[in-house]
Design a protein. Structure first.
Length: 541
């Protein structure tokens, strides 16, 4: 360990740490643009220049590493390095760098989509001059349409090259480059290329200014107007940590951004997951419980509808009733579903839906998008404790062995073939609990309006076996309920103990399933915990 002094702080850091990283440990801000912890260090922006005692000139904090010195070379006989980040020389350098970066910048903050979260804006206020000496026509390179999701407003670019390094080092797709040299330098596409890989929108996240913007976030309300909720992306089984930005006044999501989780998604997420909320917005949502009366599905009262569902399911022998769980539902919801089936109706015909949308994994240099599009397939498998699939169940229905079915959906991509629908029409009674109108709802005897992953609380278990929390950002539409709330009512109608909150259901899960033992909402925190980790830690101690 090296012993350092940065400004007035004395502390130890690991050998090899940069000055920038060391300063962060003690809460000292060193402004920077080109540095990103996930990418190579180029030290090109010069914004992080600091004074190091014993060095003849200022040095970039992002690339200067700290190490133990021999006793005779220690500063003041005890420090391995002494750093000043706020003296007059450093401040003058920061002002000069910012003045240079703003020479050709349009200073269009009032119309820039990055306003309110722009490092150029923030650093100009904190470290810049209050005036500019530049009195010449600005250079105005053209805007560039880089691909289906990205736009480059070249006049705002400060050539930090984060976006170029992202395509080289993270996605490995190499679409971007720096064209020309000196004052004519600008970010551009390689000839014949388009920035159309499925990680392209991450370049907007790494851009410290408003140069790279997503077409999805153009001309939307200012970022300070949004409320934010940390949750998990429901787009695939990776379980990327995300921040959902939404407006309460219209109950709509306006942007989803990745949140750092070193064990799951690092700093990134795919474009499909980032834009998935549009798919949910466009769905023909179920908004009320529906009951079939004569030939038509008609809007019903929640309590009366669930009473009718319970009454009808009880009319069938347990071996003729089946339930289908969902990888779009939380662990808590699938846990209650199997409890309703096994304890409420003495039914063991429980299947997990395997008819969902799948594709091949998309493997990039340092990120993989899973082709398994159910976000909680692993958790549903654990909670339902069954080997039966929906395909297996269809065979039993076709053979006349199953006469009543309770189907739990919740995803945007579920489709059935005409042949599968024809089999389901053989059922004497069909209950569909889902988020959208579909051909399956059209043949149902009762349809229950559920909620999407953006609208409810609970946990998902990703493909790595990591259990993570999801949190609600917006409300379900109209009179729709979360699946957990619907199952609460069914438990009550079946005279089983009513579980009031998902947290209490998770406590039951931790008591009932060995791999989940010791887990709680408290120790899951923001980054989640691997199944069995608590048990292994207890055994090791």
């Amino acid at each position: 360990m090296a012993f350092v002094k940065i400004d007035d702080r004395e502390f130890e850091v690991k050998n090899g740490a940069t000055i920038l990283e060391a300063a962060k440990q003690v809460g000292i801000e060193i402004p920077h643009y080109c540095y990103h912890p996930a990418m190579s260090i180029v030290a090109s922006c010069r914004m992080c220049l600091v004074s190091v005692q014993g060095m003849p000139k200022l040095t970039p904090a992002c690339s200067t590493r700290i190490g133990e010195m021999p006793p005779e070379k220690k500063t003041d006989g005890k420090y391995d390095m002494v750093v000043i980040t706020n003296d007059a020389v450093v401040k003058d350098a920061q002002e000069s760098v910012l003045e240079f970066l703003l020479l050709n910048h349009p200073v269009d903050c009032p119309e820039c989509d990055q306003a309110g979260e722009c490092f150029l804006q923030d650093y100009s206020f904190k470290y810049g001059k209050d005036h500019s000496r530049f009195d010449f026509p600005k250079r105005v390179p053209p805007r560039k349409d880089l691909g289906p999701n990205m736009l480059l407003i070249t006049t705002r670019c400060i050539l930090c090259t984060r976006c170029v390094r992202f395509t080289q080092e993270i996605s490995g797709t190499d679409e971007l480059m720096v064209r020309n040299r000196g004052g004519e330098s600008e970010i551009d596409l390689f000839p014949g290329q388009s920035l159309d890989n499925k990680l392209s929108m991450n370049t907007a996240d790494v851009c410290p200014v408003g140069a790279l913007v997503t077409k999805d976030f153009l001309f939307k309300p200012r970022n300070w107007r949004y409320r934010r909720t940390r949750s998990i992306c429901p787009g695939c089984s990776v379980g990327c940590n995300v921040e959902i930005e939404y407006l309460e006044e219209n109950n709509r999501i306006h942007r989803i951004k990745p949140v750092f989780n070193a064990d799951v998604n690092q700093w990134w997420m795919c474009d499909d997951g980032r834009l998935l909320y549009h798919t949910y917005h466009k769905l023909p949502r179920l908004e009320y419980p529906l009951l079939r009366k004569m030939a038509d599905l008609q809007r019903g009262h929640w309590r009366l509808t669930l009473k009718e569902v319970t009454r009808k399911l009880k009319e069938f022998p347990p071996d003729q009733v089946a339930f289908v769980g969902s990888g779009y539902a939380t662990n808590e919801e699938n846990f209650l579903l199997q409890k309703i089936a096994r304890r409420g109706l003495r039914c063991e015909n429980i299947a997990i839906d395997d008819k969902f949308y799948r594709e091949d994994d998309a493997v990039y240099k340092k990120f993989t998008i899973k082709g398994e599009k159910l976000p909680n397939y692993q958790g549903a498998t654990d909670m339902l404790a069954t080997n039966m699939t929906f395909s297996d169940l269809l065979k039993k229905i076709d053979a006349g062995q199953i006469k009543a079915l309770y189907y739990l959906g919740g995803g945007p991509h579920f489709t059935l073939s005409d042949g599968e629908l024809a089999i389901l029409k053989k059922l004497h009674y069909l209950v569909v609990q889902d988020v959208k109108h579909s051909p399956l709802v059209d043949i149902a005897h009762a349809a229950l309006a559920g909620a999407s992953a953006y609208e409810k609380e609970g946990t998902f278990t990703n493909y790595q076996q990591r259990v993570q929390r999801i949190r609600p950002a917006i409300l379900p539409p109209a009179a729709a309920k979360t699946d957990f709330e619907i199952f609460q009512e069914l438990l009550d109608l079946l005279e089983l103990p009513k579980i009031l909150r998902p947290q209490k259901a998770f406590e039951e899960i931790a008591a009932a399933y060995a791999d989940y033992r010791g887990l709680s909402y408290a120790n899951l925190g923001n980054t989640g915990v691997l199944k069995g980790a608590v048990v292994e830690a207890e055994a090791a101690s």
